[in-house]
Design a protein around this ligand. Structure first.
Ligand code: DGY
Length: 323
């Protein structure tokens, strides 16, 4: 029996790749950088399945270039804002993603950034490297306390809730903004839901855990930054374009907010000479929220399982809703 043809747009952990290789004829993109859009469009011609990453733009033209035999698109990520979901739905192509397995790793990184920002860890490291550590000083590198501080969580889905669990352990007070959650669900989850303006005005720390949609693009902008406390610390481990980078630069430079720590940026990757990187009150790491060994292995396994299910015409174990 002939094996289905698939294109895999990067080398992924063997936990998933070996499964795909065992059941498919695989065209594997082996370079470090993602395939350029035009190359991707060529390579998907005639494939039955596509295993892709968040760095690939999967739009209607690419789906048409692949052809009507394309049975499944499987993304190794929970977020799928790079894929045109309505176009896939119109063409009857199920799209898979990898929710759940990266919740804890992403919440861990969020908390690592929150603690690093609160206690000025990166500034401290740079302080020593610059030869400035000459004595113990009563008022040098003073940061913010977590205990008793208010954490505002924008987006109270899986990752937002996992962050809340960690914050509770640090005796933080929690509020959340999430228009998709009902009052009954909030009561069941034990979270106080507030309007966005209230969250921005009251929170000592604001952390973003909402998907990137038309509604959330630049949700954190000049206006919303000016509604935050001057002492506030902003964390974003969701998607870069939720925060307007120009507005964030102005706010950090002017002291409108105290500090920001980001795992994601707009654009991504951010250039080493980007003005944001010149600011002392900002820490950026390179989109590593899910980058633990176990998590990436599980993501690869789920991406493979979604792909193979789609190729067999079966329901995907983790299918993106058709919206
Ligand atoms: C995702 O899965 O959407 C993360 O951004 C990368 O793991």
């Amino acid at each position: 029996m002939t094996k289905p043809k698939v294109f895999v747009s990067r080398i992924i952990p063997a936990a998933g790749l070996d499964q795909v290789k065992a059941h498919c004829e695989v065209d594997l993109w082996t370079e470090r950088m993602p395939p350029p859009y035009e190359v991707l469009t060529e390579r998907v011609r005639g494939v039955d399945g596509l295993l892709c990453l968040l760095t690939d733009r999967i739009d209607p033209a690419l789906m048409d270039a692949a052809g009507p035999q394309l049975k499944v698109i499987s993304q190794m990520a929970v977020g799928y804002d790079n894929i045109h979901i309505p176009a896939a739905a119109e063409r009857g192509i199920p799209v898979g993603h990898t929710p759940g397995v990266l919740t804890e790793a992403t919440a861990d990184l969020t908390f690592a950034l929150l603690l690093a920002a609160a206690r000025r860890i990166v500034e401290g490291v740079n302080y020593i490297k610059a030869g400035k550590w000459e004595t113990w000083e009563p008022e040098t590198l003073l940061g913010a306390d977590l205990a008793g501080a208010k954490l505002g969580i924008i987006g109270y889905g899986r990752i937002g809730r996992a962050v809340a669990k960690r914050a509770s352990g640090f005796d933080m007070n929690l509020i959340a903004y999430d228009p998709t959650i009902s009052a009954e669900d909030a009561a069941r989850l034990g979270i106080t839901l507030v309007e966005l303006d209230t969250l921005l005005a009251e929170s000592d720390f604001v952390t973003v855990h909402t998907p990137l949609t038309a509604e959330t693009r630049h949700l954190i902008n000049h206006d919303t930054l000016h509604k935050m406390k001057r002492s506030a610390i902003l964390i974003n481990t969701a998607r870069g374009p939720i925060v307007d980078p120009g507005a964030l630069y102005d706010a950090l430079k002017a002291g409108t907010i105290a500090y920001a720590a980001l795992d994601v940026t707009e654009p991504e990757p951010i250039a080493a000479d980007h003005p944001l990187l010149s600011l002392p009150n900002l820490t950026i790491v390179p989109h590593i929220g899910s980058a633990s060994v176990r998590t990436r292995n599980q993501m690869a396994e789920i991406a493979a399982a979604n792909l193979l299910a789609g190729l067999r015409g079966k329901p995907l174990p983790h299918q993106v809703p058709n919206r």
